[in-house]
Design a protein around this ligand. Structure first.
Ligand code: FAD
Length: 317
């Protein structure tokens, strides 16, 4: 079922969802299931599965020389989505990227999703590779998420690449990313919101936000989006912080601000167990306020670990 249908069916009740990361190549899927299992009790209508683009790694040869190779360390997003749908009877949302994929490869991936009964996809640009300063489109790939949304929307009209038309139309519900504190490369929040509007005009059906730690930022973002005529559901993304380093890592990676009260509480912690507890309490307060404000879904970034999400959810739902 489509995410938008789940939201309509809930009739104003806030739903709960979360996102998982595929295991590293060669690792078992069982670890992933162990993290999903305790969350299923709370009946999420859908689970997102992230995608990672290719990255460089080095092989050391006996003569001491290093060979540089390119690979995707966490492949299998669509396969994992199918496995989760089969095992838990829950909808899944594979993340589809511009970076690292040609349009042709993306079409094959979408055809797989269509055959597997995956009704939703999250269309994202992806980030620059670690070695690059700025995002560079992959040869034969898209430059912006809006181009990817257009490709998916075309499949929904039965239009494949190279002008091939088909009777069987796909029917994907398309999610896109939104940034309450603006995307790190955007020159202003206003211009970033304009880009978000373009993604909706290209065919996106809903938005999931980047993590934020101050709900006011989300509320203002939604107000501004509505004033601009963006009327699709805007789902807040929540991340309970778990280690002291998150304060610097997350603000550096995503250019997000932490409220002073949260910084003080984390800095006062003697170890990461205490930080985890602070992160849970902060996420509970955030979630309760957002739920009271009637957000359609509370979406949690699990980053591969679910114990803290379980604690948050049990207090909120
Ligand atoms: P876009 O919407 O293309 O925007 C990128 C930048 O370009 C913005 O600054 C925007 O303002 C600007 N822009 C857009 N259109 C134009 C235009 N026509 N002209 C000029 N500027 C323009 N990354 C992963 O690698 N894998 C994942 O699974 C993943 N999941 C995510 C899930 C969520 C909910 C979120 C919020 C992010 C996720 N990301 C993921 C990170 C995401 O890929 C990065 O934030 C990326 O840098 C931007 O992606 P986007 O889809 O927002 O890009």
């Amino acid at each position: 079922m489509k995410i938008t249908e789940h939201i309509q069916k809930a009739k104003g009740k806030t739903l709960f969802s979360f996102e998982v990361i595929p295991p590293k190549k060669g690792n078992s899927i069982e670890e992933l299931y162990k993290n999903i299992d305790p969350l299923m009790e709370f009946q999420p209508p859908f689970i997102d599965v992230t995608t990672s683009r290719e990255e460089y790694y080095y092989i050391e040869h006996p003569n001491g020389l290093l060979e540089k190779k390119l690979t995707r360390m966490r492949p299998g997003t669509v396969g994992i989505c199918a496995a989760i749908q089969h095992k838990y009877k829950v909808d899944t949302v594979p993340h589809v990227l511009c970076g690292g994929f040609s349009k042709e490869e993306t079409e094959y991936l979408l055809v797989d999703c269509f055959y597997l009964g995956i009704d939703n996809v999250m269309a994202l640009r992806g980030d620059a590779m670690k070695e690059q300063r700025y995002f560079q489109p992959t040869s034969g790939g898209h430059t912006y998420a809006s181009d990817l949304v257009t490709q998916i929307h075309n499949l929904n009209k039965g239009v494949y690449l190279n002008g091939i038309a088909a009777d069987q139309k796909a029917d994907f519900c398309i999610g896109v990313a939104g940034y309450p504190e603006k995307h790190l490369e955007a020159p202003s929040l206003a211009s970033d919101l304009q880009r978000l509007k373009e993604k909706i005009e290209c065919g996106a059906d809903y938005v999931v936000t980047q993590m934020f730690f101050d709900n006011q930022k989300y509320f203002e973002f939604v107000d501004k989006a509505r004033q601009m005529g963006i009327n699709v559901p805007i789902i807040p993304g929540i991340k309970p912080i778990a280690i002291k380093k998150h304060l610097n890592l997350l603000s550096q990676a995503f250019k997000i601000d932490f409220p002073e009260a949260l910084i003080k509480a984390v800095e006062a912690c003697k170890n990461n167990n205490e930080v985890k507890q602070v992160g849970i309490e902060w996420a509970v307060q955030q979630s309760k306020e957002l739920k009271a404000a009637g957000v359609p879904v509370l979406h949690y970034y699990s980053m591969g670990k679910s114990d803290n999400i379980v604690k948050v959810i049990s207090e909120v739902f």
